[in-house]
Design a protein around this ligand. Structure first.
Ligand code: GLU
Ligand code: MG
Length: 421
């Protein structure tokens, strides 16, 4: 039978899902400027699918305009459909950015950082997930045995990532049952977020073709080991030179990096509502899971919210400056990478603008999404990163999701989120 190759154009929305529409790939050029049709209430689709509350009703038209820089084509050559998608921006019908576009949120954050002496940021997302194609056995964490028993998933996944233009750095069996992790090399802000989205979708695409699935939910089983999305970042100056490290300063942090980190710590109770934006996220942020529980900045400590990472076998000062990076651990895959990285950058840029210092006393992270949303709504600074329409939409989206799962016990809640992420 004749087959026509399709391409899907989409956005990673505030539920962290990639949604959009497809068309024959031969139409791509003619659709470069008009993309696919979208509507305001599409943004209000909850993680579970249904729209539970929306300020937009059924009115309005938008477009998702593909960005060829975020184009993926992977032919698995196994008779399955070519995996072909392109991420893009949600725009008004006149082509201007829509005020609630998550990718535009990240663009605006990048501009806020650039306002600080032309600074920019490079980032790498380190993502953990469960692969259901591995049998669970005791003694598995980090073992060669599980590395072997995941079969060809790792090889096909790595090959597909490379075909999609990503540069995989490492692939490993993590601490949790059936849990794997992949890291990729750092990239400029927007590419890093696009690649975080692409990596999740490629993992799903490979697992799907093998008859299994991947689970990125922050807590796949109640009381278990969480899946984190750790965001490694470092600052670059106006000449794109590394400027996070300063050997003469405490913990090796340059003044700009120190204020940037302080901004994140300062806004963390509020930005948790963006970086760990699901009720189940808060089951991960609990003790004894190598996940953060406090608002802290520590050197080489995997329990910290912000961890200053080690520099390995540095050849010289330039090498140290290039390797030196900080890891933000209060994020998971229920967040759109655009929103999570955007919130982190907005917070850090505010820290630089106001020359903030890390708080003197260490406080706990919020214990629930509801507390984080209240902190977000109460923060004048965080509100200023959103238009009033976007803020209202975001809060309604998340609060309607909370109402939807209210009354579920921990196990039911984890099971429900494991099904959708
Ligand atoms: N799984 C841990 C988390 O939920 C992180 C383990 C590690 O890579 O240090 O963030
Ligand atoms: Mg890990």
């Amino acid at each position: 039978m004749r087959r026509e190759e399709l391409i899907f154009v989409g956005t990673c929305d505030i539920a962290g899902h990639v949604r959009g529409k497809g068309f024959p790939v031969t139409d791509f050029e003619s659709r470069r400027n008009k993309g696919v049709g979208w509507t305001h209430s599409n943004l209000m689709q909850t993680a579970f699918g249904p729209i539970l509350d929306t300020p937009f009703g059924t009115a309005g038209d938008l477009m998702i305009i593909p960005d060829p820089a975020a184009m993926v084509r992977v032919d698995f050559a196994d008779g399955s459909a070519v995996e072909q998608f392109c991420l893009g921006d949600i725009r008004n019908t006149d082509g201007t950015p829509w005020e609630c576009c998550p990718r535009d949120f990240l663009s605006r954050a990048r501009a806020a950082l650039a306002d600080q002496d032309g600074l920019n940021l490079i980032a790498a997302f380190e993502q953990e997930f469960v692969y259901t194609g591995v049998e669970e056995r005791p003694g598995d964490p980090y073992s060669l045995n599980v590395f072997r028993r995941q079969g060809t998933f790792g090889e096909v996944f790595t090959g597909a990532l490379q075909t999609a233009g990503l540069t995989p750095d490492s692939f490993l069996a993590e601490y949790g049952p059936r849990q794997l992790e992949v890291t990729i090399t750092p990239q400029a802000t927007m590419i890093a977020a696009d690649q975080a989205v692409i990596l999740r979708e490629i993992a799903r695409a490979v697992a799907f073709r093998m008859g299994y699935r991947v689970i990125f939910s922050p807590m796949p089983v109640a009381g278990g080991i969480g899946n984190g999305t750790h965001i490694h970042f470092s600052l670059r100056d106006v000449d794109r030179m590394p400027c996070t490290w300063d050997a003469t300063q405490p913990m090796g942090l340059s003044p700009a990096a120190r204020h940037f980190c302080a901004g994140i710590l300062h806004h963390l109770p509020a930005i948790c509502a963006i970086t760990t934006p699901s009720p189940v996220s808060y089951q991960r942020l609990t003790p004894n899971r190598w996940a953060p529980t406090q608002i802290d900045l520590m050197q080489q400590d995997r329990g910290a919210a912000l961890r200053i990472c080690p520099v390995f076998a540095s050849a010289n000062a330039e090498d140290t400056a290039r390797q030196f990076n900080v890891e933000f651990r209060v994020a998971d895959a229920t967040a759109s990478p655009y929103m999570a990285l955007g919130a982190l950058i907005f917070a850090g840029a505010d820290g630089i603008a106001r020359k903030l210092e890390a708080p003197e006393t260490v406080k706990s992270l919020p214990h629930s999404l509801s507390a984080a949303l209240d902190a977000m709504e109460a923060s004048e600074t965080v509100r200023s990163w959103f238009s009033p329409v976007f803020l209202d939409a975001y809060l309604r989206h998340k609060r309607s999701e909370l109402a939807h799962v209210a009354g579920m016990g921990d196990s039911a809640l984890c099971a429900a989120y494991a099904e959708i992420y």
